[in-house]
Design a protein around this ligand. Structure first.
Ligand SMILES: Cc1ncc(COP(=O)(O)O)c(C=O)c1O
Length: 368
């Protein structure tokens, strides 16, 4: 029996292969490899998709977060609050911008930032909070924004896992002062290599990110500030334009697949299904369940050819790179407990009912 990958990118490629080939051929014909109209068009289309006024394409999601922080003048001496239960890049971006990450726990049901804890971590140095829209659903953004505004700090969203996700009708990437997103190939909107973007309503942030991604330059060969080379690659923009046209349909297909998993798992008491925070339109970047004896379960699933993964096995505060923050086992018990129990089941728009049945049968045997 063929194995079931965590994500199958080949099917989407088949759907857009001709369009991508033509788009790339046009770029090659013009030898217009850096920025240009394809990047501009994608930026306009992605801004429209999120409802933000501006989109600035950059080299990857980590850079997007770093440049958004830098554009907002978050840096040395500042503290930035973020959940410990996230991908390492959220914290890396803060350190790379020169600021100090201040970690908080997540809530036990949705794996999103625990706002109750945020209040206790605020100091005179707090400059920003980065809510992470983990697994494909938004953090409770109306509360995050109100909370931050009331205390005079800014919100930079980590929207890497939430392209097209909405809360109360408003899309990820359109809530904070700015947002960073990633178009890593496995994301809901994935490029054919690394890529990312900043979205923002602020003209000032947009102008600064545009300069920062381009050696700190708005006018060629004039560099009023230190910048980076972090532009969205033009060939990647071809892929992203083709995929963006189909993204809403693909997200709907993921929701349908999630509902099917929900039904198939309904009688499996040992498995806790993912929950949606009321008000959210989830896009199931990942379908994450919780099980006892997780490592054994994952081994059994993998032995059956099921591409089960863990997002993420080690929270930020227990990563070697962040020992300098001074945390230890027990510092954030909710995230630590989640890290011991979570499993991401195969999830992609084209997953078939038959594949999902096989995943759940294997899971049933593994927990049984
Ligand atoms: C939550 C989160 N933040 C940031 C990133 C960083 O994005 P990239 O890998 O494009 O640098 C990712 C994805 O990799 C992510 O999942």
């Amino acid at each position: 029996m063929s194995s079931i990958p965590p994500v199958d990118l080949r099917i989407q490629h088949q759907a857009i292969a001709d369009e991508v080939a033509q788009g790339m051929a046009a770029v090659l014909d013009k030898t217009a490899f850096i920025l240009g109209s394809v990047v501009k068009d994608f930026e306009a289309e992605y801004a429209a998709f999120t409802g933000a006024r501006h989109c600035i394409g950059v080299a990857n999601g980590t850079d997007a977060l770093e440049l958004a922080l830098r554009a907002a003048r978050v840096g040395a001496g500042d503290e930035v609050i973020l959940p410990t239960n996230t991908f390492i890049a959220t914290a890396l971006a803060v350190v790379r911008a020169g600021a100090r990450p201040i970690l908080v726990d997540s809530d036990p049901d949705f794996h999103l930032v625990d706002l109750g804890q945020v209040a206790s971590r605020i100091t005179a140095k707090t400059k920003a909070i980065i809510p992470v829209h983990l697994y494909g659903q938004l953090a409770p953004m109306e509360k995050v924004v109100e909370f931050a505004q009331g205390r005079g700090f800014i919100v930079i969203e980590d929207a890497a896992q939430a392209q097209g996700a909405r809360r109360g009708g408003r899309a990820a990437g359109a809530w904070g002062l700015a947002a960073g997103t990633s178009f890593y190939p496995g994301k809901n909107l994935g490029a054919y290599g690394d890529a990312g973007a900043v979205t923002t309503d602020s003209d000032e942030i947009a102008t600064r990110v545009r300069a920062l991604r381009n050696y700190g330059s708005e006018v060629k060969y004039h560099h009023p500030e230190l910048g980076f080379n972090s532009r969205l690659d033009t060939l990647q923009a071809v892929v992203l334009r083709a995929k963006l046209r189909r993204l809403a349909g693909w997200n709907e297909a993921r929701r349908k697949a999630a509902r099917r998993y929900d039904e198939l798992l309904a009688d499996l008491g040992a498995v806790t299904r993912p929950q949606t925070l009321p008000g959210n339109e989830h896009i199931y970047h990942l379908y994450v369940v919780r099980v006892p004896k997780r490592d054994e379960v994952v081994k059994k699933l993998n032995a059956d050819g099921i591409g089960a993964q863990i997002h993420y096995p080690v929270p930020i505060h227990l990563q070697g790179a962040f020992t300098f923050l001074g945390h230890r086992e027990g510092s954030f018990p909710v995230a630590e407990q989640a890290a011991r129990e979570i499993v991401s089941l195969p999830m992609f728009p084209e997953i078939t009912a038959e594949q999902q049945r096989r995943v759940v049968e294997s899971l049933r045997r593994a927990v049984g």
